[in-house]
Design a protein around this ligand. Sequence first.
Ligand code: C5P
Length: 218
Amino acid sequence: TGRCVVAVDGPSGSGKSTVSRRLAVSLGARYLDTGAMYRAVTWAVLRSGVDLADASSVAKVAGETDLRIGTDPQGYGVTADGVHVEVEIRGPEVTSAVSAVAAVPAVRAILVARQREMIAAAGRIVVEGRDIGSVVAPDADLKVYLTASEAARAARRSVEDATDVAVTAADLARRDRLDSTRTADPLTQAADAVVLDTTELGIDEVVARLRDLLTERG
Ligand code: C5P
């Protein structure tokens, strides 16, 4: 039960959240959803009314927001300035604005620092996001990059969010493009990441593969 950090990156709909949570439960580890942190900051930015294109104002809101997030894989709370935002951060307003907010380097600097503190405090933790293996925790014990076909990802997300699959597919494609092409810490596969395509794999199979990998690495 020493230190163990697992970094799980990949595009949305790749199965990251479900796999990361289940893996954390089975390891008796903490879990950090860094996407929820970017979403909560986006919620605060939208509430403040600042222009999304005004990077310095967006960064100022990010710096002034009291963001708290739990690390229990079985259910964590997210608050921004004391307001519970678990539901709102999954809504369409936040989802369509989050990639713009996450592209601001000063926002990333603030959140990456927080993430590193939380990882150090937890010791044993599964962390999911876009830049965990490449930037946040380059010394992770295991780095995983999950992918799936665009069709499979859109189908999963539209079931989870109860939205139309064509609308979801368009939104995923737009966010993937923004997340992969931004200059600050884009979505990338770390050179030493294990790549798993989950299109044809069940969640249990993916979790079992990752557990085996961790065992192999001691
Ligand atoms: O994972 P999730 O879909 O909740 O992430 C929402 C958005 O937050 C992503 O589309 C991306 O723009 C941003 N994000 C990021 N870096 C992370 C996690 C999420 O830029 N580590």
